[in-house]
Design a protein around this ligand. Structure first.
Ligand SMILES: NC(=O)c1ccc[n+]([C@@H]2O[C@H](COP(=O)([O-])OP(=O)(O)OC[C@H]3O[C@@H](n4cnc5c(N)ncnc54)[C@H](OP(=O)(O)O)[C@@H]3O)[C@@H](O)[C@H]2O)c1
Length: 316
């Protein structure tokens, strides 16, 4: 089978389109013919070694943590799926090695959910990691309620787009931070208010619409943007970041806010819940670009610039 792998950390030059033996499903696993693989900023971070101290890994390493495909073989004792089932998964394993930038994958069946029946394989592959991150951040970590206001920093990206839609599906009010070129897009996701971070200090724009701040800020950007984000939370509110594990103790104390960092975990019941919203047309997938597997370098180059609207996917 063809796969995109690396033998060491580095830049795009490390990527190899290689021929590997087709894997066989072990006990409790299924073999999936991968139809499409989602591309995430973390793939770029894995490639350049930024996460090497935090995440166990093994070379040669096939990149990719998101996948949609078809079950082709069921291993001994695996019971949840049948040959021919269409599935999708956030497939990060405890040791990063056998990723989804490949034509075939074996996975414990506990990682897989049925693919939403109104999505193509390409759209489905764009969902798991980003949508689960949004779900675990705003519903689990922040416990966002229907009568509350959520501000999303980095609202037009892969995670932000799902956060906006999930919060709206829950009945919350959403303020979305993105550059002006993405505001029309964010209106199609039903964001209530859009703020342009390239025009002045976005904290002032926020104060104009929410003088006391918002109940929950969800940070998908980090650094300076996150630092300003502390001032956007109302006294006693919640801030969730997917970028900064530590948080800023001074800002947390000053605003009497609660701070949580989320590192997304595979979670099939949550993914099944997300599938229900997708099938009910409450959550949509915006594909920004679809590249063939052999052009993974182009996809990773694009994701590394951090200005993608929606999602990028590789097609097998
Ligand atoms: N901890 C976790 O579990 C976890 C999970 C998923 C992702 N992440 C991390 O979270 C970040 C976001 O992920 P993603 O998949 O959403 O990335 P992405 O799709 O590449 O996000 C790109 C978006 O960010 C926006 N953006 C860039 N700079 C901004 C700024 N200063 N203010 C507001 N928006 C800005 C861009 O909008 P404009 O073009 O308008 O600037 C673009 O739409 C990445 O660093 C990723 O590695 C962490």
């Amino acid at each position: 089978m063809r796969a995109i792998l690396i033998h060491e950390f580095g830049g795009l030059g490390q990527l190899k389109l290689a021929e590997l033996p087709q894997p066989r499903p072990a006990e409790g696993e299924v073999l999936v013919r991968v139809k499409a693989a989602g591309v995430n900023p973390v793939d770029w971070k894995i490639l350049n070694g930024r996460l090497k101290e935090r995440i166990p890994h093994q070379f040669p390493l096939v990149l990719g943590w998101d996948m949609a495909g078809v079950v082709e073989e069921v291993g001994y004792s695996a019971q949840r799926f049948q040959v021919g089932d269409q599935v999708f998964a956030y497939c990060r394993r405890p040791v990063v090695q056998h990723g989804s930038y490949a034509e075939w994958m074996t996975l414990p069946e506990s990682y897989l959910a049925h693919k939403p029946n109104n999505l193509s394989f390409e759209e489905a592959a764009a969902v798991p990691l980003a949508a689960l991150t949004a779900y675990q951040s705003i519903f689990v970590a922040a416990n966002l309620q229907a009568n509350e206001t959520l501000m999303v920093l980095g609202a037009s990206g892969g995670v932000g787009s799902f956060a906006v839609q999930l919060a709206k599906a829950q009945g919350a009010k959403v303020i979305a931070l993105a550059s002006e070129k993405n505001h029309e897009y964010l209106k199609t996701l039903e964001a209530d208010i859009t703020i342009d971070y390239t025009q002045g200090d976005f904290r002032e724009s926020l104060r104009a619409v929410a003088p006391d701040g918002v109940d929950v800020v969800f940070d998908c950007v980090g650094a300076e943007t996150l630092l300003k984000g502390y001032d956007c939370v109302k006294m006693g509110g919640r801030l969730v970041s997917i970028l900064d594990p530590e948080g800023n103790a001074e800002c947390i104390a000053a605003g009497k806010i609660s701070y949580r960092y989320v590192f997304v975990q595979p979670h099939v019941p949550q993914l099944a819940h997300i599938r229900q919203w997708i099938e009910a047309d409450k959550v949509k997938v915006h594909l920004n670009a679809v590249y063939p597997l052999a052009e993974a370098a182009k996809a990773l180059e694009q994701i590394s610039r951090f200005h993608t609207r929606g999602k990028i996917v590789l097609q097998m």
